[in-house]
Design a protein around this ligand. Structure first.
Ligand code: SAM
Length: 165
């Protein structure tokens, strides 16, 4: 990533990359029956995008405090409320390795903190992904058994990452 990019440049690259990677992952996994997990609801823009374009698969949201746009607020029974450091391990018992698509956008503005957090949550996410499933992340992840996939057209290197089981 060039150092001379403005915050606006970085923001636009992140948004464009999120959409390109999500569209690719939704299409690649459309034949899979398993649930979709959104880690980090925020304003709900990426959740809204997924619900808009995914059919036939439930979308569950992992979030510590729901504060999304009213149009992008999931039904209560699709919210797994709490800190993902606790809710992800608990979800292995509930779901097993069934998720067809997992999207994580849990980071803030501090890149070192985001990287430390990605290292911590990677082994908690890994056991939830089904064979053939895809994991899309705004941060580089640290998986033992998932393989990094080339980014689709339109995504910017370093702004989004895709992994497959
Ligand atoms: N992709 C979202 C969108 O399009 O609006 C934005 C997500 S926002 C950058 C990150 C979200 O992750 C925040 O809502 C924050 O509360 C949530 N989050 C961060 N760390 C978390 C944790 N440890 N457990 C649960 N949620 C967390």
């Amino acid at each position: 990533m060039p150092d001379n990019q403005s915050r606006l440049d970085l923001f636009i690259d992140r948004m464009v990359s999120q959409r390109a990677c999500l569209d690719f992952a939704i299409s690649e996994t459309k034949g899979m029956p398993g649930p979709v997990f959104e880690l980090g609801l925020g304003n709900g823009r990426t959740y809204h995008h997924m619900v808009q374009y995914i059919s036939g698969r439930p979308v569950y949201v992992f979030e510590r405090a729901v504060a999304s746009h009213p149009d992008s607020t999931p039904p209560a029974d699709r919210v797994i409320l709490g800190d993902v450091r606790e809710t992800l391990p608990a979800s292995v018992d509930r779901f097993g390795a069934t998720a067809s698509l997992i999207h994580a956008d849990l980071g803030g503005h501090n890149r070192k903190k985001n990287d430390d957090f990605a290292r911590f949550v990677s082994p908690l996410i890994e056991p939830l992904l089904a064979e053939g499933g895809l994991m899309v992340s705004s941060d580089r992840m640290y998986f033992d058994t998932l393989t990094e996939v080339s980014l689709p057209e339109g995504a910017v290197e370093g702004r989004c990452f895709i992994y497959r089981r």
